[in-house]
Design a protein around this ligand. Structure first.
Ligand SMILES: *Cc1c(COP(=O)(O)O)cnc(C)c1O
Length: 364
């Protein structure tokens, strides 16, 4: 069978390995597996969310309120925007897909950092669009502006803080780029880790409200990271209402589940849980920085809930990832991104101790 030509160059997204795989392949008990591979919240989700979901489990037969009224109401108050500035997606991933389908075709191109979230490229390739990358893995405003002027891409992706590297750009740098771009190019600000970034340094805080008046900028957020709802698949896009109206044309009905909706609404009401998650993270990430220094390799200063270790020739990222996996510690090898590096989601105190101990055992 002949598939669309655009599929030829798509590499299937490689998700973080699940606990089940390690159990199956290495016969390790599920309780002995430590998963630090998908940037999930190590504290799980808010107990209030878990309670609301179980209490409402019998509603599984009902379609959700397709207007997502209550969730939009929570978000609009939190971000000081209107309901019609918001679109809800099955993860912010789905909003990325809407954006791609609404704007791209085989004559267009997209611009992104050399090393960034893999789905930008996959969605763009599905539409046959060309991929342009800056030469640095960091988001450097001048490089983005130069490439923008040269190629006039249809979409520019600014992932701040960036996955899988963990670095970010300040609001000033983001606006330096935004101010150079005319309205035929959409700027996507992917703030999946914004809660961690703004807690570390206020200069990195970008709020949807900052961009709402612009016709060509969209802000993406998710419940999958700081809110601990990765398994519920809820994210959102916030933008000028004219842009949201166009993205709505791409949306299938009932695109998140009844229980995901209930979980996300409840999550919005429990700020304490997010604060607790962030303060645990801030304490624990220091141990990773210390560990890297003691072990003699570099790391990227992180604005996210994970840290990226950069190795030189004496450590091979793929070999070490496999060795850790055999011991029941799942992390992310970044070899497929062209880096001799690993990405580790910062876990609980106990999980992190296990990582350090296992790393020493297999690497040294
Ligand atoms: C996790 C992540 C997302 C979205 O995740 P969803 O679970 O689909 O909401 C988007 N962008 C980046 C950079 C991410 O790391």
């Amino acid at each position: 069978m002949e598939f669309n030509k655009s599929l030829k160059d798509i590499k299937i997204y490689e998700a973080g390995k699940p606990i089940e795989l390690v159990v199956r392949e290495f016969g390790i008990e599920p309780k002995d597996v430590v998963k630090l591979a998908s940037n999930e919240n190590p504290l799980g989700c808010s107990p209030k969310v878990a309670e609301a979901i179980s209490k409402n489990a019998h509603k599984a037969y009902l379609y959700p309120d397709d207007s997502f009224y209550e969730l939009k109401d929570e978000l609009s108050r939190r971000f000081s925007v209107d309901d019609n500035n918001i679109i809800i997606g099955a993860g912010s991933d789905q909003v990325l897909e809407f954006i791609s389908r609404a704007l791209l075709n085989e004559r267009e191109s997209v611009l992104m950092s050399r090393v960034t979230f893999a789905m930008y490229e996959i969605y763009a390739r599905q539409m046959g669009a060309k991929i342009i990358r800056t030469s640095s893995y960091q988001h450097i405003a001048d490089e983005f502006i130069e490439s923008y002027q040269k190629y006039k891409p249809k979409i520019i992706y600014l992932c701040t803080p960036n996955n899988p590297t963990g670095d970010g750009i300040t609001k000033d740098e983001v606006f330096k780029i935004i101010n150079e771009v005319d309205k035929d190019t959409l700027i996507v600000i992917d703030g999946a880790y914004m809660e961690y970034a703004m807690a570390k340094d206020i200069a990195y805080k970008i709020e949807p409200n900052d961009i709402i008046d612009r016709e060509n900028t969209v802000y993406l957020g998710t419940f999958s990271k700081a809110y601990g709802l990765g398994g519920m698949r809820v994210g959102y896009g916030i933008a000028n209402s004219s842009l949201i109206r166009e993205l709505y044309k791409m949306r299938p009905p009932f695109n998140i589940t009844t229980l995901s909706l209930i979980g996300a609404i409840e999550a919005c009401r429990d700020n304490e849980f997010v604060e607790k998650s962030i303060s645990l993270h801030q304490k624990e990430i220091k141990r990773y920085e210390e560990f890297a220094k003691e072990s003699g390799f570099d790391y990227i200063d992180s604005y996210t809930n994970f840290i990226t270790y950069l190795f030189n020739d004496n450590i091979n990222s793929t070999k070490i990832s496999e060795a850790l996996l055999r011991e029941g510690v799942i992390i992310r090898d970044l070899a497929s991104y062209g880096m001799n590096a690993i990405r580790i989601t910062v876990g609980t105190n106990k999980q992190n101790s296990r990582f350090f101990k296992t790393f020493k055992k297999v690497a040294m």
